[in-house]
Design a protein around this ligand. Structure first.
Ligand code: AKG
Ligand code: FE2
Length: 341
């Protein structure tokens, strides 16, 4: 493999090849790697222009995810965003730390951030690091600032445009789901709150021991909906029929994942899909995801869960990450016979 010697200056020191040699022997991926017989072409596809409750219903119940085509996000916008993300991530690590601060915040090692934007360490062991770096971009704050740096300002304005498209898609998809689930309109309005929308731009780093590390470990998203653009490198997998299935990159398509909040508000009719991201020995991967949540204080009422708000869910998740090292998520709120007694 020929690598540009300066290239690893852009990596957080922990992930530079000479730094990681001594982690090789320790630990391995703990999640089962049995892969699905399903062909990755079996990922369901929804045409945004033809979306109807009856097309979405079965897919949301059985898969909790789908590929979205005909979404109307200009291909040129996706290309430009990818190019800018690549340019910014290629800066020296120290420059990224200095330049990319709140509200467009640079982080690395885990996608789990606290409310104040710190990475939540999930235990003392370096094996728990995810092989990624990212930018956390709260959309509500993107219209209120103007960067002096021209590259950053162009990126900000492209992200704002991308965020507007993603918000348009999320509203339309959620409205169609709300029709399928027969939500009364006021409930539907509190369960999807566009001002909570955030973007996550990730660069998954080249990893010399790709077989032993994860880009992101298996998880479900906490969101109502997540909409992901991935480049052509690949690595995203979803869990279906007890096996892992590759979600093959297909140019200019998006991946929609249903999150935990969607599962809860649908009273478990829909599922929050388990997924993970593999890393690559020779290539970096860029993805740009949008995540949207319920209104913070909207009480989620259903027969399967104790009434709770997204704020309760987030607080519980932060505690579990700190104390148990993993997100427990919905089971914390589910009514079990034990809870009922
Ligand atoms: O990068 C991806 O394709 C998925 C990212 C993801 O699962 C997440 O941020 O929750
Ligand atoms: Fe995810």
């Amino acid at each position: 493999m020929t690598t540009n010697p300066g290239k690893f200056n852009s990596y957080p020191p922990f992930f530079r090849p000479n730094q990681t040699v001594d982690h090789v022997e320790h630990g391995s991926k703990s999640e089962s790697d049995s892969c699905s017989d399903l062909n990755s072409d079996s990922v369901p596809v929804i045409d945004f222009q033809l979306m109807k409750p009856e097309n979405l219903s079965k897919i949301c119940k059985e898969w909790g995810m789908f590929r979205l085509v005909n979404h109307g996000i200009p291909v040129d916008l996706l290309r430009q965003l990818h190019a800018y993300a690549n340019k910014l991530f290629s800066l020296d690590f120290e420059s990224k730390q200095a330049l990319l601060t709140s509200p467009m915040l640079y982080f690395w090692g885990s996608p789990a951030l606290t409310m104040s934007g710190k990475v939540q360490q999930t235990g003392p062991c370096s094996q728990n690091f995810n092989w990624l770096e990212g930018l956390n971009v709260p959309l509500s704050k993107m219209t209120q600032l103007e960067y002096q740096d021209p590259v950053l300002e162009s990126f900000r304005s492209l992200l704002e445009e991308y965020g507007n498209h993603q918000t348009r898609l999320a509203k339309a998809i959620f409205t169609t789901m709300a029709q399928d689930l027969n939500f009364p309109p006021p409930k539907a309005a509190s369960y999807l709150s566009p001002p909570t929308g955030i973007l996550r731009v990730y660069r998954y780093l080249q990893c010399p021991m790709a077989e032993q590390r994860w880009g992101i470990n298996a998880h479900t998203d906490s969101s109502v909906l997540s909409i992901i653009y991935q480049d052509q490198v690949g690595g995203l997998q979803v869990y279906k029929n007890d096996k892992w299935l590759d979600v093959k990159p297909i140019q200019d398509t998006l991946i929609v994942n249903l999150g935990d909040m969607m599962q809860a508000i649908s009273n478990d009719k829909y599922v929050s899909v388990k997924h993970r991201v593999k890393v690559n020995k020779n290539k970096e991967r860029i993805s740009m995801g949008y995540f949207v949540f319920p209104h913070e204080n909207a009480v989620i009422e259903s027969s399967k869960y104790k009434p709770f708000t997204y704020a309760d869910f987030r607080a519980e998740k932060e505690l579990d990450l700190k104390n148990v090292g993993i997100k427990i998520g919905l089971p914390r709120f589910r009514i079990t016979e034990e809870n009922e007694l």
